[in-house]
Design a protein around this ligand. Sequence first.
Ligand code: CP3
Length: 366
Amino acid sequence: MFAPLQNDTFLRACLRQATDYTPVWLMRQAGRYLPEYRASRAKAGSFMGLATSPDYATEVTLQPLERYPLDAAILFSDILTVPDAMGLGLSFALGEGPRFATPVRDEAAVAKLEVPDMDKLRYVFDAVTSIRKALNGRVPLIGFSGSPWTLACYMVEGAGSDDYRLVKTMLYQRPDLMHKMLAINADAVAAYLNAQIEAGAQAVMLFDSWGGVLADAAFQTFSLAYTQRVLKQLKRTHEGVTIPRLVFTKGGGLWLEQMAKLDCEVLGLDWTVNLAQARERVGARMALQGNLDPNVLFANPAQIEAEVAAVLESFGTPHTNLASSGPTHIFNLGHGISQHTPPESVEVLVRAVHAYSRRMRTGMPH
Ligand code: CP3
């Protein structure tokens, strides 16, 4: 049904297989830093206008790939589509973050929550299939969802938050309600990701963007356990091909030993983590993804190149033996790209990752 894959570097690295260079893609690679994205959004009228139209979602997903030799595409959508399908009423006012019309703050609201009918998210699965066709085998397509905890943050707060006061109030005051909501979120996220896999996603990623705001012990109980509940339910293969699963917890560096036990193939790391130490702590089971500070992209080209080299060197000697699996690295930012990023800086970054990581493998002086 889909064209054969021409660049499998990202998928190979996810599965700890040797590659000729370190693959690279960027969280939020399709977005406001690109003038062509802003033009598409103006045509569509709004962010949700883009996300709910498979044609626009396809156009916008491909925009960064037209500019840069990235090694993966990521579905253009948002993590908040799932709570929207639960009936919470998502809106994005221009210049503001997301907002829910009916946040979930009490027992009655939690009692009403259900795993949504996946038909309400048909536009996402249609976008996945449309993007996969348009990619025509160029690079693999990553599907994604928010983690149960990160979704709960938005569902309770009703918007972004500085202090997570409302969601933590529920967590400490009514842990029973929080557990109930997280269980529903986990089952919804699993169904959502499995439907993306059926529609054509070749890898899936969980964004636990706000896992790192939790206290030790609370993280394990309210974030990690429900991430694991999602992973346990995911399809391992589709049409005979392995579907790698990636988990990114912003601020998760303190808990790497515990995250290393998750049922997934790749751990995403933010910029606070030393990659060589992470490699030791995570051990021989998972690939690592990350972790350049997105603000490096505001420096000069030579400085960007030096910071890219430092991240690659921090991960260390690349795995080159084609006969066995080994430690592999997928280059990314430590969090999403800033809307203020100069597009030329991304060109410098992607070229530097490819060139430097090839030299590391051929033993040429860096
Ligand atoms: O990576 C990609 O290119 C795919 C698209 C993608 C978007 N959101 C598009 C988007 C992905 C993977 C996301 C995930 C997402 N959304 C996360 C997890 C990743 C992270 O950054 O931690 C979170 C927390 C959200 C929630 C969200 N969506 C917020 C807080 C906002 C507003 C603030 C912001 O950064 O823009 C959004 C809107 C959003 N999602 C935009 C884009 C391109 C901007 C909307 C616009 O055009 O104005």
